[in-house]
Write a protein that binds this ligand. Structure first.
Ligand code: GSH
Length: 274
């Protein structure tokens, strides 16, 4: 199929993106496409037929799932009744205006449901009934689809750098929160507040300052959503003044929370502790 795609690109001015996963419809036509390509190569077919082949392969006609263009995938986001690792995904859905089922499962239901989840954890996004695990893989996929990964590959990478680095900080905070030994917990808290949190937040503050108030490249990206969610949690955890030394981060959080589509979500989302 790749070779066919290349062949068609070479024989036509139009750029054609061939679906890597062929739909049933496209698969049935594969033999026909193949014959076309051979004939195009041998010079036996004119531009009219090439144009027709292009139309059939064109992603705007049949997308990667074999859906006709304009047809919307169905989404069901399965998570607990919490913001947790699902909230940035909900922000993306809100921002992009995508309908989805926000299924919040109870702790009682979880042991049974766990068995049927891809890796026994949540969140999981069902895309057209297919369960997909890993919150950030899901968020990145939706962000790519809805132009929330910046203006180029470099900015898409920078989104990942920031999201993953924030993930490192969250990991340290989580180690403190789950520590059961009182003495060790206090020790961890002191180190967090004195060293770890200032180290990361100063770096993030600088980045946001360099990017005109955005995490990446002066435009709204999914990384902004991840930060807005985390910074809100951070204030809930350490108090309303926790960000007072980081005005850029506080403004970033506030800016995201003033985007009308996000405001709509914030007013209607269920109130949860975390
Ligand atoms: N890396 C995964 C981690 C998922 C994860 O840790 N999920 C937790 C809830 S936040 C979970 O499902 N816990 C229940 C369990 O492990 O049984 C992601 O980001 O999606």
């Amino acid at each position: 199929m790749e070779a066919m795609s290349r062949a068609l690109r070479q024989t036509s001015n139009r750029s054609v993106e061939v679906p890597s996963t062929l739909s049933r419809i496209a698969k049935q036509s594969e033999m026909v496409f193949h014959r076309w390509v051979q004939q195009v190569h041998s010079g036996r077919l004119g531009p009219f037929t090439v144009e027709r082949a292009n139309r059939l392969l064109d992603t705007s006609y049949i997308n990667r799932k074999g859906k006709m263009s304009g047809e919307q995938s169905t989404y069901k986001l399965i998570y607990f009744n919490a913001r947790g690792r699902a909230e940035h995904i909900r922000y993306i859905f809100a921002y992009a205006g995508i309908d989805y089922i926000d299924e919040r499962i109870t702790r009682e239901r979880w042991p049974e449901l766990k068995k049927s989840m891809p890796y026994g954890m949540l969140p999981v996004l069902e895309i057209d009934g297919k369960p997909i695990a890993q919150s950030n893989a899901v968020a990145r996929y939706l962000a790519r689809k809805h132009n929330l990964t910046g203006r180029n590959e470099w900015e898409a990478m920078m989104c990942d750098v920031l999201v993953d680095t924030l993930g490192d900080l969250k990991q340290f905070i989580s180690q403190y929160r789950t520590e059961e030994d009182h003495f060790k917990k206090e020790e961890k808290k002191a180190k967090l507040l004195k060293e770890t949190i200032p180290f990361y937040l100063n770096k993030f503050e600088q980045t946001v300052g360099e990017n005109g108030g955005y995490t990446v490249g002066n435009t709204t990206t999914w990384a902004d959503f991840v930060f807005a969610v985390a910074l809100e949690n951070f204030e809930n955890m350490f108090g309303a003044t926790a960000l007072e030394n980081y005005p850029g981060l506080r403004e970033l959080k506030e800016r995201v929370h003033q985007i009308p589509a996000i405001v709509n979500w914030l007013v209607k989302r269920p109130h949860t502790e975390f």
